[in-house]
Design a protein around this ligand. Structure first.
Ligand code: LMR
Length: 403
């Protein structure tokens, strides 16, 4: 029995966390998984989350009953307002079917499952950016949706391959589904400009494509929740058919609580109710009811003016530290070490990650020789850098680049 089960390789991102933990070298640096760290390389519990936790602990009405299948209603409603904006017509017209999910991964999965069953496919397929978050390549085939890629990253410019991306939008079969990163593209940190988003929306409307937005970094990218939701809101305003996968792992530092939501925009309120009824059936078969604790925390934060202001301050702390690290790394490479090549992308890229532009061999050398853990595609989690280890990292990167 089970002799035929082959051994699977470890996850390419989480294996780095395990290797880093097992490493005893004093200068080890973890730039693998996208998780925020403070200036001492420690996970950071947001002060607003501590405050909300305190409130929950002292709330005598909190119990351990099941949540509704589609989640905590005051959480899902506030989460939808956060991403679309409270004055958005899709919110006012009650055209969004919102369901609580097991963080962003669960939202991607539920969205994929729903589309696999109900989307009017010409050809079942999702287009994802080349490259994209590795897990996208696993989530869609799991529900029988093959994955194709569209050009996104241009290694020559270490920027957006915009003409080729647009060309794929224009030549893909009508009504194709395109996965778009709402902001802070993972893994490249390269986002379209507003003007480019406009052209992407034009092409999508022209071909009747569907936008599958993955929004894992709202607020985390620029420090401004509104700014980071701009693309989603613009697409909604222009009536591009869309859904949004939302995660509070990064922007609320609630990685382990698995707080997410799936929002599918419908043409009418009645359509949204039908979609939600089907999402409820799918969720029931898979998880029955979503976890309560994290949703309660986020609901408190989103529904209280005071806590919301506190949260915005915490988000600025995180985004600000990452932006400061980008500037310092850029300065070290260009001014102090005079590392060969152009490093402007370090400051131009947005969000948790930077695509350094180094290849798999150089990344491997950093892991093996310098105890610096990063994915083989040259992605670094900027949040892993801090005032204590940035000089070591820059020096080792310089060495790797010089070969
Ligand atoms: C990452 O890309 O490192 C994060 O989104 C964590 C994950 O789940 O892969």
């Amino acid at each position: 029995r089970w002799e035929a089960v082959p051994l699977a390789p470890p996850d390419s991102i989480f294996k780095l966390t395990a290797a880093y933990k097992a490493d005893t070298h004093p200068n080890k640096v973890n730039l693998g998984v996208g998780a925020y760290r403070d200036d001492d390389s420690k996970p950071w519990v947001l002060p607003v989350v501590k405050k909300a936790t305190e409130i929950l602990l002292n709330d005598p009405t909190v119990d351990h009953e099941y949540l509704p299948i589609t989640g905590l209603p005051e959480y899902t409603a506030a989460a939808a307002r956060l991403v679309f904006g409270k004055d958005s017509s899709v919110i006012k017209d009650e055209r969004v079917a919102s369901v609580q999910t097991i963080s962003g991964t669960g939202a991607n999965h539920l969205g994929a499952l729903f589309l696999s069953k109900f989307y009017g496919w010409n050809e079942k397929r999702i287009y994802v950016s080349d490259p994209t978050w590795v897990n996208h390549h696993a989530i869609f085939p799991q529900v029988g949706i093959p994955v194709s890629t569209y050009p996104y990253y241009d290694p020559q410019t270490i920027g957006l391959a915009f003409p080729a991306f647009l060309e794929t939008l224009k030549t893909a079969p009508a009504r194709s589904v395109f996965l778009l990163h709402a902001c802070a593209h993972n893994p490249t940190g390269v986002d379209p400009t507003r003007e480019q988003w406009g052209q992407i929306a034009d092409a999508m409307l022209e071909k009747g494509h569907f936008a599958f937005f993955d929004s894992a970094y709202q607020g985390f990218a620029s420090g401004d929740l509104e700014n980071d939701a701009w693309a989603v809101r613009e697409f909604a305003r222009r009536s591009v058919p869309l859904l949004v996968c939302q995660s509070f792992a990064k922007n609320a530092g609630l990685y382990g609580e698995r707080v997410g939501a799936l929002h599918i925009v419908a043409p009418s309120k009645e359509g949204a109710a039908r979609i939600k009824s089907q999402l409820s059936v799918l969720a029931r078969a898979e998880i029955s009811n979503p976890p309560a604790h994290g949703a309660r925390l986020v609901s408190l934060i989103l529904n209280s003016d005071e806590l919301f202001e506190d949260w915005k301050r915490d988000i600025k702390t995180m985004a600000g530290r990452i932006i400061a690290m980008r500037k310092e790394l850029h300065r070290l490479l260009t001014e102090e070490l005079k590392t060969p090549g152009n490093w402007d992308h370090i400051v131009n890229q947005i969000g948790m990650f930077s695509f350094t532009g180094i290849g798999p061999a150089q990344s491997q050398a950093l892991v093996e020789k310098a105890h610096i853990y990063l994915t083989s595609n040259g992605r670094i989690s900027m949040a892993g850098l801090n005032s204590h280890n940035i000089r070591y990292f820059a020096t080792q990167l310089d060495k790797a680049v010089r070969g």
